[in-house]
Ligand binder design. Structure first.
Ligand SMILES: NC(=O)c1ccc[n+]([C@@H]2O[C@H](COP(=O)([O-])OP(=O)(O)OC[C@H]3O[C@@H](n4cnc5c(N)ncnc54)[C@H](OP(=O)(O)O)[C@@H]3O)[C@@H](O)[C@H]2O)c1
Length: 332
């Protein structure tokens, strides 16, 4: 494993990390969760990602039980939660959003379910237009001062929303956001490669990127149809089937097939190539894996060995296949 700094913070975060979005509760109960987390931890992964909304709190509960059973020292791992959607079905207005009340209560609920005294990372899972930025930044600052959160950040915020938070923090002497959690994979490049680019320098923004395999499509497992027991067959994930079976989905699968040739030339798999491609971006602080079983996790860890094999020529061949390389900004 290698470790990167989370933006300009001093926090060493493993280049690969492990998240529990679809998997914990829906696919993995506590024994299997402990098995995958242990395989991750033993390989040097130090960051486990979670959110209040994942399986409506169950995902945090399972991760908390696994952490207890693992018995790892608290100073050896980083754990996160995210707030906005709430953790109950049909939340009332006080039970969701980024107002002071819900952010405080969601943080306390996450601490209880994860069985930890503090969250290393706490994310605003989306932007909430109903909450004044000063209220949110003050709330996050209070949580930091109370020792309940070490670093706070955002997920899928626009650059101007992040800069607004940063500006408010600077104006009132509050704690600014440290990291953003954007989707980043071979099919979704613009946010990380173009839109957020000025913020890496300006504010030292770190990124914890999600869905590096585009929900599993970049493994190649959907190339010949939708296999049993894959994410696209899970109840509630019918949208994924629609994505795969759309015209755009078919054209993406054609690209995945072509990427398989590149992977073969490098003596690796499409999965590892797709993960290594994300790791190649120096503005990515950590790539959050989402394995639904321990074999997948072990397989994905080997992406680390593929990174040095992605030369400029290989990058160019991948760009040619994907056809979505963002243009560099115009300079004057
Ligand atoms: N901030 C946000 O809004 C946000 C949104 C989404 C995710 N996230 C975070 O990012 C994490 C990762 O996202 P993700 O799960 O969508 O990541 P992903 O890497 O795009 O997809 C992971 C899924 O691909 C399949 N897979 C992975 N490795 C495989 C392998 N070697 N062989 C075959 N299939 C394989 C598995 O699905 P099946 O086996 O079930 O097919 C696995 O659950 C989440 O757990 C969460 O922590 C954050």
């Amino acid at each position: 494993m290698n470790y990167r700094r989370l933006g300009k913070s001093g926090l060493p975060i493993s280049a690969l990390s492990y998240g529990s979005w679809v998997t914990f509760s829906t696919q993995l109960a506590v024994d299997a969760a402990l098995e995958t987390m242990t395989a991750a931890y033993d390989a040097g992964i130090n960051f486990f990602d979670n959110a209040e909304v994942y399986a409506l709190g169950q995902s945090e509960t399972i991760m908390g039980q696994a952490l207890q059973r693992a018995g790892w020292r608290r100073d050896t791992y980083i754990v996160s939660s995210k707030v906005i959607w709430g953790s109950v079905p049909d939340p009332k207005p006080t039970q969701r959003g980024l107002h002071r009340k819900h952010v405080f209560e969601a943080c306390h609920d996450a601490l209880r379910r994860l069985q930890v005294d503090y969250l290393d990372l706490y994310f605003c899972h989306r932007y909430d237009p109903n909450v004044p930025m000063e209220e949110l930044v003050r709330t996050m600052t209070d949580l930091v001062h109370q020792g309940k959160v070490l670093y706070w950040g955002t997920s899928e915020w626009t650059p101007s929303q992040i800069m607004e938070a940063y500006g408010v923090a600077r104006e009132y002497g509050l704690v600014p956001p440290t990291m953003e959690q954007p989707e980043y994979n071979m099919f979704r490049r613009d946010r990380v490669e173009v839109e957020l680019a000025p913020l890496y320098e300006k504010m030292g923004l770190g990124t914890t990127i999600w869905s590096p395999l585009y929900y599993g499509v970049l493994t190649g497992k959907y190339n010949d149809g939708i296999p049993d027991e894959s994410r696209a067959t899970l109840p509630g994930y019918e949208w994924m089937r629609e994505i795969i079976e759309s015209d755009e989905g078919h054209s993406r699968l054609d690209k995945v097939r072509e990427l398989t040739r590149v992977a073969k030339d490098l003596d690796t798999s499409t999965t590892r190539l797709a993960l290594a491609w994300c790791l190649k971006n120096p503005h990515v602080s950590t790539v959050i894996l989402g394995a639904s079983r321990v074999e997948q996790l072990r397989d994905n860890l080997q992406a680390l060995d593929v990174v040095p094999r992605i030369t400029n020529d290989v990058m160019a061949a991948i760009d040619e296949i994907l056809g979505n390389k963002p243009k560099p900004p115009e300079s004057f």
